[in-house]
Design a protein around this ligand. Sequence first.
Ligand code: FPP
Length: 250
Amino acid sequence: MPTEATPPAALPRHLAIIMDGNGRWARLRHRPRTLGHRVGARAVNLCIDYCLARGIGALTLFAFSSENWRRPQEEVSALMQLFLRALDREIAELQRRGVRVRFIGGREAFAPELRARMDQAERATAGNGRLALNVAANYGGRWDIAQAAARLARRAMQGGLDPDAIDESLFASELSLAGQPEPDLFIRTGGERRISNFLLWQLAYTELYFTDLLWPDLSVEALDAALSDFAGRQRRFGQTAEQIEASGRA
Ligand code: FPP
């Protein structure tokens, strides 16, 4: 079980993760990359349990980027099968645990069967409030910004929106994660130190944490380490350290 090393006040409300390193985890064991993804799916469950146990209210996972279609066809198919099976297997369990699932990204690219399962999962869990689980699939941060711009442009062309009324908050209301707090903590496993077109707008003030750990090796201890690193950071949002300290004393 998670330890109580981090005081609740320093907990992230929203955790965003790039789950990287499945392929390398498998290669190190001379096994097919798809095994890495299967074991990676178990780490997803561990992470959901962790958020539930700690009271972290939102978790966004990068499951499949818009660039991942460029992978070998058989790996893409295996991932699609894995998503399908995970949806079939886990929905009742997520429902029981009070998890609300949403998919962000261009859904039209997926097979009708998978799209139907995604819709079904969203509908079945829509009433849950313990954890908002956002699964980014065929997602790209630039796509998210472009689709928000297109929607606002459409509204403006139809005469329902004055372009001068478009400010950051209106813009954010058209993004995929509208209505959810922005991620406080971003974690990327697998050793790369990049954001790779994940939540570009929403990560503006997020604390970034990179670890060499490969995603299938994720553990409660590894998540504790990320959270305790987060707890030690001072988030200034453009203010000075003195201002932040003074407001903490007030
Ligand atoms: C990155 O590792 C991982 C992915 C592209 C897929 C992520 C998918 C899962 C963790 C499986 C289950 C997910 C859900 C939501 C059920 P990589 O293949 O890029 O690893 P590498 O960098 O070592 O090659």
